[in-house]
Design a protein around this ligand. Structure first.
Ligand SMILES: [Zn+2]
Ligand SMILES: [Zn+2]
Length: 377
């Protein structure tokens, strides 16, 4: 009976539609929703320095849709002052506080072992107390990973390139990692953590079909770590490409690898996910020949480029023509537009504009390419 109650509560929770933060970061295609998330956050309930409600306020201020407070199971640096035998407290405090706010808090934790295996976040857990043995000791690694999977958690490997655990900063797989991948106990991997981006971790994600994750892993106040003199500075965010704004759809999308990451000015993710971002957020519109603009001439084609997103779009034009007042590199600032004049030599009715987007990363040392076809009136 007790179990049934939990199942019903979980069913209601997972089908709850959560609202969007006030800000649209990236336009999404019809029928898809880009859920902004930070799935790696600490509070005083492990080794963080703030109370869980502060994390909620920070996330709402940053217009984030979904967060998880992922306290270390094995490392509780404030345990003398904040003894808490119930390891679900951080989540309970945050989720109790968040009600009726435009933010979803999902239950998570960080399994914290030396390397190998390293650190792992388990998201969408229902009881962190079950990660302890009867003698109250944290479970051994394999048992902890199995417990996470028993609770249907989404499990990802944290900071596989962390210099404290990999002295050369290179993410690589040890036999234990290959084993949990093979057994399907591991579903994702951080390729961005705090201030770092690992191309090697990205390669591991691509080769092993792991979901790419980017997180703040914040311990102090978000502002202390992620605000500086640049106004556009922001914490790393993972955008989850969900079919609707429910926990169930968000979880499904995570398991299916449907994410992209916003880190500094970079947009990072699998090609199919980044293609959606680029095609929705870069508009290329013909304004015709002899347009009456700054360089009006019979065979100069005026084209307007629009960036709808909060990140820059750094274009490298790959086609055969040249521009009248630009080079083949065009840097579109966030939420901006720019007019360019293309010397097409002849009067055309359609034109393909192939671009490489230099800040959109689809694999190590590889950028997204996109063709924008325009019709000329
Ligand atoms: Zn960690
Ligand atoms: Zn952590």
């Amino acid at each position: 009976m007790k179990n049934l109650k939990y199942i019903i509560i979980f069913f209601i929770f997972s089908n709850l539609i959560f609202s969007q933060g006030v800000k649209t970061f990236f336009k999404s295609p019809e029928g898809k929703f880009f859920i902004s998330s930070d799935l790696h956050i600490h509070t005083v309930f492990s080794d963080g320095l703030v109370w869980p409600t502060v994390r909620v306020d920070e996330a709402i201020r940053d217009s984030i849709d979904l967060i998880s407070l992922t306290e270390h199971i094995e490392y509780q640096s404030h345990i003398v002052d904040i003894p808490h035998p119930n390891r679900n407290r951080s989540f309970q405090i945050a989720s109790g506080y968040v009600q009726k706010q435009p933010l979803a808090v999902v239950h998570g934790t960080e399994i914290t072992k030396g390397m190998p295996p390293g650190h792992y976040n388990a998201i969408f857990v229902n009881d962190v107390n079950k990660f302890f043995d009867l003698d109250k000791k944290p479970k051994e690694f394999m048992d902890a990973i199995k417990e996470a999977n028993n609770q249907d958690a989404f499990v990802f490997w944290n900071h596989p390139h962390w210099e404290a655990q990999r002295s050369d900063g290179i993410a690589r797989l040890d036999p234990i990692h290959k084993e949990i991948i093979k057994k399907k106990y591991l579903h994702g991997i951080e390729i961005v953590n705090m201030f770092t981006f690992s191309e090697e971790a990205m390669q591991i994600a691509l080769e092993n079909n792991l979901t790419m994750i980017g997180t703040s892993d914040v311990h102090v106040l978000i502002d202390w770590d992620f605000k500086n003199e640049r106004e556009s500075y922001h914490r790393p965010l993972t955008f989850i490409v969900a079919e609707n704004r429910t926990i169930k759809a968000t979880s499904d999308a995570l398991f299916q690898g449907k994410t992209f990451i916003w880190f500094h000015d970079l947009i990072i993710g699998k090609e199919e996910n980044l293609y959606d971002v680029a095609s929705e957020n870069l508009s290329v519109i013909s304004e015709g020949y002899n347009s009456g603009g700054m360089f009006s001439a019979e065979k100069l084609l005026k084209v307007k480029l629009i960036n709808h997103s909060v990140a820059p779009i750094q274009l490298k034009y790959l086609g055969e023509f040249t521009f009248h007042s630009d080079f083949n590199f065009i840097d579109l600032a966030p939420k901006s537009e720019k007019e360019v004049y293309i010397k097409t030599k002849n009067i055309l009715t359609t034109l393909d504009l192939p671009f490489e987007i230099l800040n959109y990363v689809i694999a190590p040392k590889t950028n997204l390419k996109i063709n924008k076809k325009i019709n000329i009136e």
